[in-house]
Design a protein around this ligand. Structure first.
Ligand code: SAH
Length: 221
């Protein structure tokens, strides 16, 4: 099967599974996912599946990327913060849909690779930072949108909700116990935060301690 045929098959699967936003579908179509996937998994780059990247992390399943992106209710004037750059794929999708993307990753080698991909694709509206994303990016706050692509505890980190603009939306997988995260949408209104449960999901954990030799392998499929 050609790459194009695989791509069309993926887009049809996303539509069947509730991705209706044509701008999100167009972004998935235009960002070459194969560039974000390790050589050993090239044949699966356009399959609707999460794949391993370096250091025990994963590039998320395209359906999850598309649904989380859609759940953010994006428009092209917004400034978005992403926590968990990983391969950079999700940041690349966001960069086609909004004004500016700020993305934070705790594992430097992954961030270096992601930056090379942004350069190669000329995605000049993405700014990266190496560090603990649970602290957000205070110098750039507030953000109209925040997307967390690693699973947090029962509640969103306070530093992140504090950096959400009034009228802003955050999408974040929250646990639960082992393999029991749910994607949650949090909105900041004039009077406080509202929380809406969207769907169940599995993600690698959001870790706030510094990286170490004993980092656990990803528990996401
Ligand atoms: N969005 C990525 C997939 C994310 S995998 C993609 O499109 O490929 C989750 C990532 O979150 C991993 O790379 C992990 O290292 C990172 N991560 C986990 N905890 C973090 C934290 N506190 N701050 C920043 N990044 C974190």
């Amino acid at each position: 099967m050609t790459v194009n045929a695989r791509k069309i098959r993926l887009l049809m699967a996303l539509r069947r599974n509730g991705v209706t936003d044509t701008q999100v579908l167009a972004a998935i179509e235009r960002i070459p996912r194969d560039l974000f996937v390790p050589d050993a998994f090239q044949d699966q780059a356009w399959e609707d599946t999460a794949l391993p990247i370096d250091l025990g992390q994963t590039i998320s399943q395209p359906l999850i990327v598309a649904l989380m992106t859609q759940a953010l209710e994006l428009s092209d004037r917004q400034k978005v913060l992403e926590i968990g750059t990983g391969s950079g794929y999700q940041a690349a999708i966001l960069s086609r849909l909004v004004r500016r993307v700020y993305t934070v990753e705790r594992l430097k080698p992954l961030l270096d690779e992601a930056e090379k991909r942004f350069q190669a694709l000329r995605l000049h509206n993405i700014t990266t930072r190496h560090g603990d994303g649970t602290k957000g990016w205070p110098e750039q706050a507030p953000f109209e949108r925040i997307l967390v692509t690693a699973a947090g505890g029962p509640d969103a980190p306070k530093d992140l909700t504090d950096q959400l603009a009034v009228g802003g939306v955050m999408v974040i997988p929250l646990g639960g116990g082992y393999r029991e995260e749910r994607v949650v949408r949090i909105r900041r209104t004039e009077t406080g935060l509202t929380r809406e449960d969207l769907w169940p999901v599995r993600f690698v954990p959001l870790l706030s301690d510094p990286p170490s030799e004993t980092d656990q392998p990803a528990r996401s499929a």
